[in-house]
Design a protein around this ligand. Structure first.
Ligand code: FES
Length: 125
């Protein structure tokens, strides 16, 4: 396994990201700070190779019933945990890379550790 410091912790405040290029290819990775936890996601959408990590961040929308049902309760939790590809809006869980619509689809993620003030991404060499 290899390790590389990609940013300072202070460079990526909660709710923010940094695109690191190149990283194992020209597309790079997105390094996200989600409520104080750091994650690294490959910047290539598994749908049609869009620049996934430049997309919008939202929370997770859940409903107690189909949205058209009367009285369905809708809630949004985990602000900033969901990444939407800018090309066709596929949504991915940043922590796992799992696609919300089709759990069989994933984007590559990398472990991240904090060493002092460095954000360190770990990858297979
Ligand atoms: S390329 Fe990302 S949703 Fe289509």
């Amino acid at each position: 396994m290899a390790r590389i410091a990609v940013a300072k912790v202070s460079d990526i405040p909660p709710g923010q990201r940094e695109i690191v290029v190149p990283f194992r290819g020209r597309a790079g990775i997105g390094v996200f700070n989600v409520a104080g936890s750091f994650y690294a996601v490959r910047n290539i959408c598994p749908h049609k190779n869009g620049p996934l990590c430049t997309g919008t961040l939202t929370g997770r929308v859940t409903t107690s019933a189909p949205p058209a049902a009367q009285g369905a309760a809708i809630s949004i939790d985990g602000d900033g945990e969901i990444l939407h590809c800018p090309w066709h809006q596929w949504a991915f869980e940043i922590a796992t890379g799992r696609c919300l619509v089709d759990p069989k689809v994933r984007v590559k993620t990398y472990p991240v550790e904090i060493e002092g003030d460095d954000v360190v991404v770990i990858y297979e060499d």
